[in-house]
Design a protein around this ligand. Structure first.
Ligand code: SF4
Length: 884
């Protein structure tokens, strides 16, 4: 572990998405100052709203500070011994496959490496899988089929150098915001660059699209095959490249012919012929094309085929291995790629070696000195939790992830964990839906405390450095794992004392008997000194004798990692999603990320300004569907699938295709009652990658008619029992609760007074006929809480009331207007916050546009500061401007 000098700026990496932005943390009088790293090649000084708010997440609130066994505080020694003895007993009684590790793309590469080594090498089971299974295992499988290796061919610079960027199934503007900013900047520099977005939903990313193909959900394979067939017909294939570097061409082309001509493709994809024609023509005539794909492709029961159909296009046109060209899978998590390198997926072995090759098993076994190494792949995430439910896996160790929220069929996952003989969770957070199921809790270091490496979407390895002391008794994940390994009897094999040792071993294994046959090779780091590890600069693998400075781009020589050295085109027969809608479940539910939250909100949920953009879970629905189903904007609705149900707020727009719904994936039981969207998602997976089909769940939607609805803003955290719906958001000086209930309290004021627990200065208004109750509580003239209740969702806007929590004593005018929830005429009401960086609300922006006749984003920025921080809100600003 590195000791850091407090005032020295520490260069580290944002812990959220796979862009892997560099940040610099410097200790200041009160806390830490965060700056974007101008020198880091992933972001060159840019950050998004989440990254820019990292310094606001460093408090110890809700940290897991010490080991807990069976609900009681324990010593590290006792907790580690209990984990060891339980695992040893179960392995002795039921064999190694009766235990499992479920790990995370939040782990550092060194943590991942030792976890994989312990499970596969020494426990002797393949049962270690990762939450990256839910995010990019499809891309891994497609890369391996096409290139013979899980290798991303391109760099971020290739995206900027392309003349055509095709974004498929990716809300890039919100999920990879800094790459989106780089794309916007590149387009501004080269106005000839074209951007095509392929997505059933109109997202913020479409803001820069020259063409948006809102294809029917799941029809991507028809589109890609149709394009390949079109390129053949137009004689636009690169036959000399195919001849020299590609196999499988004829078979792939044969199946692509079945896609038919443009009218047939248009019919299958549900978009006008003219749009298909425009896209095909653009692709045909643009040599420098980068195709960026993400969860819209990956989270599908035919995702691997779709990804290969896309890669086929690049192979057939020779658009790979050259500047500005190539297929580009962008990863969701900060170290999903690092996990792939060490073999963190159950079907991988280590260092890009596989169970499918007995030679690889022998190589890793000798390198690790592990004679009892696993001989076969373990269970992939969804299978793993089914095996836990079936009692086949009796002990599971979950590291840094929250499967009770994020896995499909999440209710069943939670039940499986509750019934499991032993659930160990190592995490930095005390209260999650998953820690609630744990028998043993082990405190892991969080971001800012951990030390190691991560790899981003473009194969760039960067150092994540510690700048904080550990919270409580927290330890690095690698330390926790190796302590258990040592207690299990493998002290010599897990004798690491610092992360640098593990990194050297990982680097050494990558080059061991490699002979240029494996893409992942960082053998140049096998002898890295501790000091050089400390100062390691961002670098793209491979980093070996042939490429000592790293490798910006792969396959430049047309050589691939298949036995023949040629890339493989795959014949793809497109399939629609596994489940279809019917009269009972007529809508397709799509899940995804929103701009300001990350995963299950355990870190971003702490940041008030990130909670203001979307303070509660919501369902996006097309306006015509809303009309048909009697859903009002802002009302509550219940979503139901064959697997579960949830409640959320209705948002009506025209961004959804009719028949499709969108719900964000972030809300857990910690932040909202009954809003875990993965409770609805079926455990249906791609047959090759095992990645769940999280983008296509048949559901029905019905309006919720609770007896009452309301909101409470309170200076202190409150608890609401007996509510049907409750969504909580920490907003800095106050907490916001959105509520609905089926049982009306006999006396509203008693209810409010009991919940707040304060006998103070109350103002109240009650109208029993309309079901309205409003109350405000002040102590010494300072606002403590407001309670607003109505018979339906027609409640006043919260923003002005919320702004009063920043004040000390309220003015007489503010007190007068409190229960009307509207400021006196002429006072500012910011409206819903749009710009998280500068806290600028929608009404402020609209007023500025109208009063000053603003016509550009730049002018809005000059007037209001909106959009001048991280830039993540620019797409929304453009929409507001258009509306205005
Ligand atoms: Fe972090 Fe945002 Fe960069 Fe992703 S794009 S790494 S969330 S700052």
């Amino acid at each position: 572990m590195s000791a850091t000098t407090p005032s020295t700026p520490i260069h580290t990496i944002c812990p959220y998405c796979g862009v892997g932005c560099g940040v610099i943390m410097t200790r200041i009088t009160k806390g830490y100052q965060l700056k974007a790293d101008n020198q880091h090649p992933a972001n060159f000084g840019k950050l998004c709203s989440k990254g820019a708010a990292l310094a606001e997440t460093l408090d110890d609130g809700d940290r897991l500070l010490y080991p807990i066994t069976k609900g009681k505080r324990a010593t590290w020694d006792a907790a580690l011994s209990e984990v060891t003895h339980t695992f040893q007993r179960i392995i002795a009684e039921h064999g190694p496959d009766a235990v499992a590790f479920y790990v995370s793309g939040q782990l550092l590469t060194e943590d991942y490496y030792v976890a994989n080594k312990l499970m596969k090498g020494f426990i002797g089971s393949g049962n270690i899988d990762t939450n990256s299974r839910l995010c990019m295992s499809t891309a891994v499988a497609a890369h391996k089929r096409a290139f013979g290796a899980d290798a991303v061919p391109v760099s971020y610079e290739d995206m900027e150098a392309a003349d055509l960027v095709v974004l498929i199934g990716s809300n890039y503007a919100w999920a990879h915001p800094v790459l989106y900013q780089r794309l916007m900047a590149a387009r501004k520099m080269r106005p000839g660059m074209r951007v095509v977005v392929i997505d059933p939903r109109r997202t913020a990313t479409c803001d820069i699209a020259d063409l948006h193909l809102a294809i029917s959900p799941g029809s991507d394979g028809f589109l890609f095959n149709g394009l390949l067939n079109y390129l053949r017909r137009e004689d636009a294939l690169n036959l000399s490249y195919i001849e020299a570097h590609v196999e499988g061409f004829s078979a792939a082309l044969h199946t692509a012919r079945l896609a038919g001509s443009i009218p047939e493709v248009a019919l299958n994809c549900g978009v006008p012929e003219a749009q298909i024609s425009e896209f095909f023509h653009l692709f045909l005539r643009t040599e420098r094309t980068v195709s960026i794909f993400s969860q819209g492709i990956n989270q599908s029961s035919s995702g691997v085929d779709k990804a290969n159909a896309l890669i086929n296009l690049h192979l057939a046109t020779g658009r790979i291995g050259k500047p500005g060209m190539g297929p580009f899978s962008v990863t969701g998590q900060p170290n999903a790629m690092g996990g792939r390198e060490v073999g963190g997926l159950a079907n991988q072995l280590a260092a890009h070696m596989d169970f499918t090759d007995p030679g690889h098993i022998d190589t890793v076994s000798r390198f690790w000195n592990a004679p009892h190494i696993a001989q076969k792949p373990g269970l992939k995430a969804v299978e793993m939790f089914q095996a836990i439910a079936d009692g086949k896996i009796r002990a599971v160790w979950i590291m840094g992830t929250n499967p009770a929220v994020s896995l499909p069929d999440a209710d069943r996952v939670r039940q499986a964990l509750q019934a499991c003989e032993c659930v160990v969770v190592s995490d930095c957070v005390r209260h999650t839906d998953t820690t609630a199921c744990a028998d043993i809790l082990l405190p892991a270091m969080g971001w800012g405390e951990k030390d190691g490496t991560v790899t981003n979407s473009e194969r760039r390895i960067s150092r994540q450095r510690a700048f904080l002391p550990p919270a409580g008794e927290a330890q690095p994940d690698w330390w926790i794992i190796t302590q258990v390994a040592q207690r299990m009897g493998w002290a010599a094999e897990f004798s690491y004392t610092r992360a640098a040792q593990i990194f050297r071993e990982h680097a050494s294994l990558s080059g061991f008997e490699n002979l240029t046959q494996r893409a992942f090779d960082i053998s140049a780091f096998a002898d890295l000194s501790d000091n050089d590890y400390e100062t390691l600069q961002p670098v793209q693998w491979p980093v070996n004798a042939a490429h000592p400075q790293g490798s910006q781009r792969l396959f430049t020589d047309g050589k691939f990692f298949t036995p023949s050295g040629k890339a493989q085109m795959w014949p793809i027969t497109p399939r629609m999603p596994a489940q279809t809608t019917d009269a009972e479940f007529p809508f397709v539910l799509n899940t995804g990320r929103i701009r300001d939250q990350w995963h299950t909100m355990t870190r971003t949920g702490k940041v008030p300004r990130l909670n203001t953009h979307y303070p509660e879970p919501f369902i996006e629905i097309h306006v015509t569907d809303a009309l048909v189903h009697h859903l009002a904007n802002g009302s509550l609705a219940e979503l139901r699938s064959r697997h579960g149900k949830m409640l959320a707020r209705v948002q009506i727009n025209e961004d959804q295709r009719p028949g499709s719904l969108f719900v964000p994936m972030h809300w857990s039981d910690v932040f909202a009652q009954a809003a875990r969207v993965d409770a609805l998602v079926a455990p249906i997976t791609d047959p090759i990658s095992g990645q769940p089909e999280s983008k296509h769940t048949p559901v029905c939607i019905t309006p919720l008619h609770p007896t009452w609805q309301g909101f409470v803003l309170s200076r202190t955290a409150l608890h609401f029992d007996d509510t049907r719906y409750c969504a909580a958001a920490c907003c800095g000086t106050y907490w916001r609760y959105e509520l609905a209930g089926d049982h009306r309290p006999s006396v509203w004021s008693d209810w409010a007074h009991d919940i707040l627990g304060l006998s103070a200065d109350w103002s109240e208004y009650r109208d029993d006929a309309s079901g309205r109750y409003r109350a405000a509580c002040l102590v010494d003239g300072q606002l403590q809480a407001v309670f607003f209740v109505a018979a339906d969702h027609h409640l006043p806007a919260r923003e002005w009331l919320a702004s009063l929590f920043k004040s000390g004593q309220l003015t007489a005018s503010e007190r007068t207007h409190l229960l009307s929830a509207r400021p006196a005429r002429g006072s500012a009401d910011p409206g819903r916050i749009i710009c998280a960086c500068h806290g600028v609300g929608e009404k402020t922006i609209l007023n500025a546009i109208h009063q000053n006749k603003l016509t550009s984003i730049e002018a809005i920025g000059l007037r209001t500061q909106a959009g001048t921080g991280c830039g993540s809100c620019v797409a929304e600003l453009r929409r507001i401007l258009e509306r205005a």
